[in-house]
Design a protein around this ligand. Structure first.
Ligand code: GRG
Length: 276
């Protein structure tokens, strides 16, 4: 039986596995590779955790290919953070408790590091597909969710928003900017294991709502949110907490009929109670 202690052990184990996967992946020989290592170091590895745990839920079996796919998703995530921190976007000097990539290596290398990580993720996905045909559709789905139809569109809608916006606009942006990469991880596992349409739809609803709760919680953890897209610009903190509870219920309901859903259930509560 799963309990909170076992769940927390799984989170730590997943982070250690992914950190090791990243460490083994690179043997940096130039400034670009140094920056790629720096950019992919740290992070909670939540999206990797989601892929691995969904794959376990659907098939019980995890292999080295799964860690490669999880790594590709974390590379896409890291690239988005590197580019988001650039002066032309959010202009952040710090990320993951250290200087952001462009601050440490220069803006030119920052741009190229993001590009190279996205490229690397695509190479990993292609190589997996070459090895095992069941990874073809998953790779295509993951890249689509990161694309102009998903995460990048979310970033455009965030950058080009009006000074005032309503809840519906904010949630649309969050669904693309944050939930779509959560969908990439969860549906990636559903597709690799050949789940039917009904199950894919349910896990998609789970991922969408988990991403929303995660992003709203992220907003509540921000020190300042003036001129930012933040839930606290459209409602007060108490209502935002209520909204997190509501989307969490939707996420829980979506997976309630799945066997072995305990880890994902714990994850819902864990992500909304996090303090970093
Ligand atoms: C395509 C450039 C580009 C950006 C896409 C993802 C994104 C949009 C921007 C990054 C900034 C941001 C606040 C995104 C929302 C998602 C989010 C809360 C990211 C941080 O994720 P964590 O907390 O990060 O999982 P760690 O460091 O733990 O990996």
């Amino acid at each position: 039986m799963m309990n909170k202690e076992k769940f927390l052990e799984l989170i730590i184990e997943n982070k250690e596995m992914l950190d090791m996967e990243v460490e083994n992946y690179f043997s940096p020989k130039n400034i670009l590779e140094d920056a790629m290592v720096y950019a992919t170091d740290g992070g909670k590895r939540i999206r990797a955790f989601l892929y691995i745990q969904c794959k376990k839920m659907f098939s019980k079996e995890i292999n080295s290919k799964d860690y490669k796919l999880a790594l590709a998703i974390e590379f896409i995530h890291s690239y988005s953070l590197v580019h988001d921190d650039l002066p032309a976007m959010d202009n952040d000097n710090y990320r993951r408790g250290k200087e952001s990539v462009h601050k440490k290596f220069g803006e030119d290398i920052g741009i190229l590091t993001g590009d190279a990580l996205l490229n690397e993720a695509a190479m990993i996905l292609f190589n997996l597909a070459k090895e095992d045909l069941s990874y073809i559709d998953a790779g295509s789905y993951i890249l689509n969710k990161a694309s102009r139809f998903g995460m990048i569109d979310g970033q455009v809608l965030d950058l080009r928003r009006d000074t005032t916006y309503d809840l519906s606009y904010l949630l649309d942006v969050y669904k693309k900017k944050t939930s779509d990469l959560f969908k990439a991880a969860c549906l990636g596992a559903a597709i690799v294991t050949g789940q039917n349409e009904e199950i894919c739809k349910k896990i998609e609803i789970f991922a969408e709502n988990l991403g929303l709760a995660f992003q709203i919680q992220d907003d509540l953890l921000e020190d300042s949110y003036d001129n930012e897209l933040n839930i606290l610009n459209v409602m007060n903190k108490q209502d935002a907490i209520k909204l997190i509870d509501e989307v969490n219920i939707k996420a829980k309901n979506a997976i309630k009929d799945f066997q072995n859903n305990e880890v994902l259930s714990y994850l819902i509560d864990y992500l909304s109670s996090r303090s970093y």
